[in-house]
Design a binder for this molecule. Structure first.
Ligand code: SD4
Length: 325
């Protein structure tokens, strides 16, 4: 619903991206005359999320701002019940409750987050509403759900037949092994750079499958799952949230880029900080993607299997990340 609104509201059309196709990157120097302001927009997201990336990318090309484009993009996966790690159809906690986490951050450094929300599919949009319509940054649990209902969100059953079946099967043994998909389709972190050269980001997830009730990972924690500094760049995380939180991973990456590292170098350093604290080969996955104001992009993960999606110049690509192991 919200996605359609964003797309309908945009009226600039394709000509807007043809104004200055040579202007690449996300440089804040591109302020000034109307022509100089135009920037070639792009989207990077964790995992292989071509549809979500294209929705965001096309919105950006139509002049939608970076945050609205990112919220619109991830909304596709939040509503996609085949995706068992985001939104509706996400795996429940060990008691069978689907609880969602999300956060957003824009180019002004404003942010919003919702933690452990039940019955609301579009939690990224809800996090944006927290940012825009409350004096707070974070709303959790029942309070976040209440706020959503007040804002007119429709409550939904998020546990699908298929995820209920998987959960029942898991209950047969009930071993609490945090399950991290090292291959594909997990938490979505999305970074967008718009035609004004501004960066924003979103992170949305159902968190670890069969987590303890009330467990919250890194995804909705500003600085851990997502961080944006429009003077420097942005970063997002996926993987075992506990390890990302311990190193405040996304903030770390942005600060490393501020000190001169490329996005690739910064992602590698942030992953290595986690790996160094382990004895031997970690049995979990953590992965980051990042971008800077020059439009450079980096990605790195603990284990192989991670990939990210990049939309630029009307083209979507899925790119394999390098990894420690
Ligand atoms: C969490 N980081 O809740 C999320 C889960 C995830 O790949 O990204 N899985 O810890």
């Amino acid at each position: 619903m919200k996605r359609r609104n964003f797309l309908n509201q945009s009226s600039l059309g394709m000509t807007s991206i043809l104004v200055a196709p040579h202007v690449m990157g996300c440089s804040s120097k591109a302020q000034g005359s109307a022509a100089a302001r135009k920037n070639s927009p792009y989207v990077i997201s964790t995992w292989n999320v071509a549809e979500a990336n294209s929705i965001a990318g096309k919105a950006l090309e139509n002049g939608v701002n970076a945050l609205d484009a990112a919220v619109a993009g991830v909304a596709f996966e939040e509503a996609n019940i085949q995706n068992t790690t985001v939104g509706k159809g996400g795996a429940p906690d060990r008691d069978g409750n689907v609880t969602l986490d999300a956060c957003v951050m824009n180019h002004h450094g404003d942010c919003g987050a919702v933690l452990a929300v039940e019955n609301i599919t579009h939690v990224a949009a809800l996090a944006k509403d927290v940012m825009e319509h409350t004096p707070h940054v974070i709303l959790a649990g029942a309070g976040a759900r209440k706020f959503a209902l007040e804002r007119g969100y429709t409550p939904e059953e998020l546990l699908t037949e298929s995820s209920r079946k998987d959960w029942k099967k898991w209950l047969e043994k009930g071993n609490y092994q945090p399950e991290i998909n090292v291959e594909n389709h997990d938490t979505i972190g999305m970074l967008c750079c718009d035609t004004e050269g501004n960066l924003s980001g979103v992170c949305t997830t159902s968190g670890l499958a069969y987590k303890m009730q009330g467990r919250v990972g890194d995804s909705p924690i500003i600085g851990s799952g997502l961080y944006i500094d429009n003077e420097v760049g942005g970063a997002v995380a996926t993987g075992l949230g506990e390890e990302v939180i311990k190193t405040v991973g996304s903030f770390l990456i942005v600060e490393l880029m501020r000190q001169g590292r490329t996005p690739q170098q910064a992602c590698e350093e942030a992953v290595q900080r986690i790996v160094k604290k382990q004895q031997g080969k970690p049995d979990f996955q953590v992965a980051y993607v990042a971008t800077n104001k020059k439009g450079q992009v980096g990605a790195f993960s603990v284990h192989s299997g991670f990939s990210y999606s990049m939309y630029k110049d009307q083209t979507n690509q899925n790119i394999k990340s390098n990894s420690v192991f």
